[in-house]
Write a protein that binds this ligand. Structure first.
Ligand code: HEM
Length: 237
C-alpha cells in the first residue's frame, strides 16, 4: 500500500512542481502566467499524460485514505497524525478542485486560467469559500511534504528532521500568502473579462459600484504599496 502511494506520488509531484511554477510565475503578471500555462498544458493536457495523472490521483487518494486509517487506528505519533490529516484534506480538495476545473472547461466553456482562479477569489461571496479552500490546500500540501522530509532526515538526526519540517512549512505559509494576495487582486490590479464576471458576478458591483454594461471592470482590491508603481502594469494582458 505504502509502495503504491509512493509511486503515484512521483507522478503527482512532477505535476505539482509544474502547477506551482505556473502560479509563482503569475507574480510577474497575468501575461507571463498565461504564456507559461499554454506551454505547460502541452505536457499535462496530452491525453496520455492526463490519463496517467488522473489514475495517479485516484490511486493516491485510495491508498492515502487507507494509510491514514492505519495511522489513526494505531494512534501513531504527532508527525504521522499531521501527515494523515493534511493528506485527507488534500484528498477532499483534489476532488472538489478537479471537479471545479472540469466544470469551467466543459460546462461553462471558460479558459480555466488566471482569470478563472481570480474570479473566484476576487468576488465577494465566492471569495469566502475559495480563499480558505485554496489557502488550506497550499498549507496542507507543504505540511504533507514537510512531514516526508522529517521522515527522511530524522534517520540522520531528529533535530535536522524537525528543522526541515519547520522550514518547508515556513516556505508554504509564504507561498500561501503570495498566491492568495495575487489571485485576490491585492498584489497588482487585475481586470477580469466580461465572460468571467458574467458567471461569477462583478467585484465592483458586489461591493456597491456597478459598472457600465459591456465594460471590462477593474478589481476593487487595492494593490500592495510596494507593487503599486512599476509592478502594477504586470497584471495587464
Ligand atoms: C492557489 C492554489 C491553486 C489554484 C489557484 C489552482 C488553480 C488551478 C487552475 C486554474 C487549474 C486549471 C489549469 C488548466 O486549465 O490548465 C488547475 C488545475 C489543476 N490543479 Fe490546481 N490550483 C491550486 C492548487 C492546487 C493544488 C494544491 C493541487 C494539488 C494538490 C492542484 C491540483 C490541480 C489539478 C490535478 C488540476 C487539473 C489539471 C488538468 O487539467 O489536468 N491545484 N488548478
Amino acid at each position: 500500500m505504502e509502495r503504491l502511494h509512493k509511486v503515484s506520488a512521483g507522478f503527482i509531484f512532477a505535476f505539482i512542481c509544474l502547477h506551482f511554477a505556473n502560479h509563482l510565475i503569475g507574480l510577474e503578471g497575468t501575461a507571463a502566467h498565461q504564456q507559461f500555462l499554454e506551454a505547460a498544458r502541452l505536457i499535462y493536457r496530452h491525453p496520455v499524460v492526463e490519463m496517467v495523472l488522473s489514475m495517479a490521483f485516484v490511486l493516491q487518494i485510495i491508498t492515502g485514505i487507507a494509510l491514514a486509517r492505519v495511522i489513526w487506528t494505531q494512534k501513531k505519533d504527532f508527525i504521522h497524525q499531521l501527515q494523515a490529516a493534511s493528506g485527507v484534506y488534500l484528498a477532499i480538495f483534489i476532488v472538489v478542485h478537479v471537479a471545479w476545473v472540469f466544470l469551467g472547461r466543459m460546462i461553462l466553456n471558460l479558459d480555466t486560467n488566471f482569470d478563472y482562479a481570480a474570479a473566484t477569489m476576487m468576488t465577494p461571496g465566492w471569495s469566502w469559500v475559495f480563499m480558505p479552500l485554496y489557502g488550506l490546500a497550499i498549507v496542507a500540501l507543504f505540511t504533507h511534504v514537510g512531514c516526508i522530509t522529517y521522515d527522511i532526515f530524522k534517520k540522520t538526526d531528529k533535530r535536522l528532521g524537525a528543522a526541515c519540517l519547520v522550514i518547508v512549512q515556513g516556505v508554504g505559509l509564504y507561498v500561501t500568502y503570495l498566491l492568495l494576495m495575487m489571485y485576490s487582486g491585492r498584489l497588482y490590479p487585475v481586470t477580469l473579462p466580461d465572460s468571467y464576471t458574467d458567471v461569477f458576478g462583478h467585484p465592483a458591483a458586489a461591493a456597491g459600484a456597478p459598472a457600465a454594461p459591456g465594460e471590462e471592470k477593474p478589481a476593487t482590491a487595492e494593490p500592495a504599496p510596494d507593487k503599486a508603481d512599476g509592478k502594477a502594469s504586470a497584471g495587464d494582458k
